[in-house]
Design a binder for this molecule. Sequence first.
Ligand code: TRP
Length: 352
Amino acid sequence: MNDVLEVQSAISNQQSTIKKGRILTGDRPTGPLHLGHYVGTLANRVKLQDTYEVFLLAADYHALTRAVDKEHVSATVGNTRQLVLDYLSVGIDPEKTTIYVQSDVPSVCELHLLFSMLTTVPRLERVPTLKEIMDSEHIEQPSYGLLGYPVLQAADILHVRANLVPVGKDQASHVEVTREIARRFNFQYDCEVFPEPEALIGDVPTLVGTDNKAKMSKSLGNAILLSDDEATVRQKVMNMYTDPTRIRADIPGNPDGNPVFQYHDAFNPNVAEVEDLKSRYRAGKVGDVEVKKKLNSALQNFLAPIRERRAHYEAQPQLIDEILEAGRAKVTPISEETVRLAREAMGLRRKA
Ligand code: TRP
């Protein structure tokens, strides 16, 4: 080995040893991500990629739990690319974070099967998201796959033996199932193959919608997308819900529970400006238009670098394929090693 290579490898060894642990997280490729995803989890993912070894997956198998028709499946393929674009545009760095597609790493399915023996049906029936999904998607009877959704998620997290899972608040119950499975496996087979990973929820666990409905969601039509252009964002901000009792600018208003101010708090770095707007709002000394215009400026500033990175990657579509292939190549041996350790711990016959 020449000197330069030696130094480089020493540095990269050092870097990998100073990492605090492993992260695995991801999303179903079902549509564009929005500001709620950003504050709920993406910000954490970007921040932690320097200190953790991060794996990020597009959960295309999970997308099949809702619908299985061919159109849905082929939409998932396009949505996967859009999801990766969203990741890259918010500043996920493919040099630091391993991005891959779930179905590109099939060894996770073996772990899913092994884990499915360690969880009971009533336990999975009690996971709150099951009922939520069934209600929102009008599903009368869950498929075996939908019931097992959190078990597959546990396999995702544990096939890289991750310690930390930055997710939105709605996913906390799935991380809990993951912890139970890890514990159960280690106990059952008297081993320490799996860590018990922790969920990490963002600073603003739930961002309200532009219409003040409890949650920002694309399907409710109350979301500002990370991919929205300037005019769309402006229009969405100017149409936002505000304190309905305030029909004139000189009537005192309430910034609490007001989505415009929640967004200011989350996205406007100028704290003094936000405090000034709030006190003038309470005193009936500022109009909604001014508050919204300032929010629009803050959001456009926040989105500017995101748009710039998106344009960079959109101009080179082959980069996404390369990133996903590199991700697959990086995760596969780790996943296979985990499956080997699990089989060994269980005393299953080794594959020839
Ligand atoms: N269930 C997650 C969601 O809908 C997506 C997901 C799949 C995931 N596998 C995961 C998240 C593993 C974290 C870790 O958002």
